[in-house]
Ligand binder design. Structure first.
Ligand SMILES: C[S@@+](CC[C@H](N)C(=O)[O-])C[C@H]1O[C@@H](n2cnc3c(N)ncnc32)[C@H](O)[C@@H]1O
Length: 284
């Protein structure tokens, strides 16, 4: 790939998605674009990049989709979901009792495992939330990932990554060689293609936001912009879950650390009370 093509493609990808490709990532760009080249029956990555330059919108969307790292798994890293279940949900029950509703966002949800892990966690304690309106929203820049997520159908390999056997048997049905998520959990989650660089306000406000293993690909300025937007989506006592290797420290002052080792942060508003939903552990 010529240096000019790389510079152009890297700039294009950064503007559209926030993903930063430093010069040593030529191989990554080529590896991710080769399947698109084959699928579109083009001759080379150079021809594909010429297509992007000419401004073909469908091609541009396909390229952004192809460039995204979508690795994920059910209950990834496990402990943040234990925190959500044992600390956040009980406190939400106490603090939102009058409204009897809450919402959770999974931003950068990839193929859905994160949002469904949240939904199954809530479902496990649903007897503590009788009659509550609960909504989990999953968004991702990749329309393909979102389409896969909405189906709620996973391979044996997918369910082996993080799903305890009891949970698998409780919430999934085996159909031939795939596992199909039961409607009860599937219907708790709404998926929408959405770019975190765009306006997030139409999504409404959330009591908890999972944005795990997404910011790690962004540069500092873009990270700050996304974090500021997420802070505005969170209710005053809302909680933010980042990936274990991600932090807000040194990036944004809109959050305060709850358990930085687990990537758990609370919305921080100087003029508002401390986070209720992150109070003491309460049994459900
Ligand atoms: C590595 S996956 C993480 C999936 C899941 N959150 C987890 O931790 O398992 C990162 C996801 O973020 C999405 N993503 C990257 N940039 C995005 C953006 N600007 N807007 C929305 N989603 C984005 C990618 O498409 C990908 O599906």
């Amino acid at each position: 790939m010529s240096p000019e093509d790389f510079e152009f493609a890297a700039q294009f990808v950064k503007e559209r998605s926030g993903l930063v490709l430093t010069r040593d990532k030529v191989y990554l760009l080529e590896n991710r674009l080769m399947p698109v080249v084959r699928e579109m029956r083009l001759k080379s990555v150079a021809e594909l990049i010429a297509g992007i330059r000419s401004g073909a919108p469908a091609l541009q969307t396909t390229v952004i989709d192809a460039m995204m790292a979508k690795d994920t798994g059910f209950f990834r890293d496990w402990k943040p979901f234990v925190h959500f279940r044992t600390v956040v949900l009980p406190n939400i029950r106490v603090s939102r009792g009058m409204k009897a509703r809450f919402r959770v966002l999974s931003a950068g949800v990839s193929t859905g495992q994160e949002a469904y892990s949240v939904a199954m966690t809530i479902r496990d304690v649903s007897s503590s939330f009788p009659g509550w309106q609960v909504e989990v929203v999953g968004i991702d820049i990749s329309a393909n990932a979102i389409a896969t997520a909405a189906k709620g159908i996973y391979s044996q390999f997918d369910v082996q990554r993080g799903l305890p056997i009891r949970t698998l048997l409780q919430y999934f049905t085996k159909q031939e060689d795939v596992w199909v998520l039961n409607d009860g959990v599937r219907n708790m989650v709404k998926f929408q293609p959405w770019n975190l660089l765009s306006d997030l306000f139409p999504l409404g406000r959330f009591d908890a936001i999972f944005c795990r293993n997404v910011l790690v690909y962004l540069d500092l300025k873009t990270k700050l912009e996304v974090l500021q937007k997420l802070a505005r989506l969170l209710v005053d006592d809302g909680v933010l879950y980042l990936g274990l290797n991600e932090t807000v420290t040194g990036v944004s002052s809109s959050f305060r650390a709850i358990d930085p080792n687990l990537g758990i942060y609370a919305a921080h508003r100087a003029d508002r009370p401390a986070s209720l939903s992150l109070g003491a552990k309460v049994d459900l």
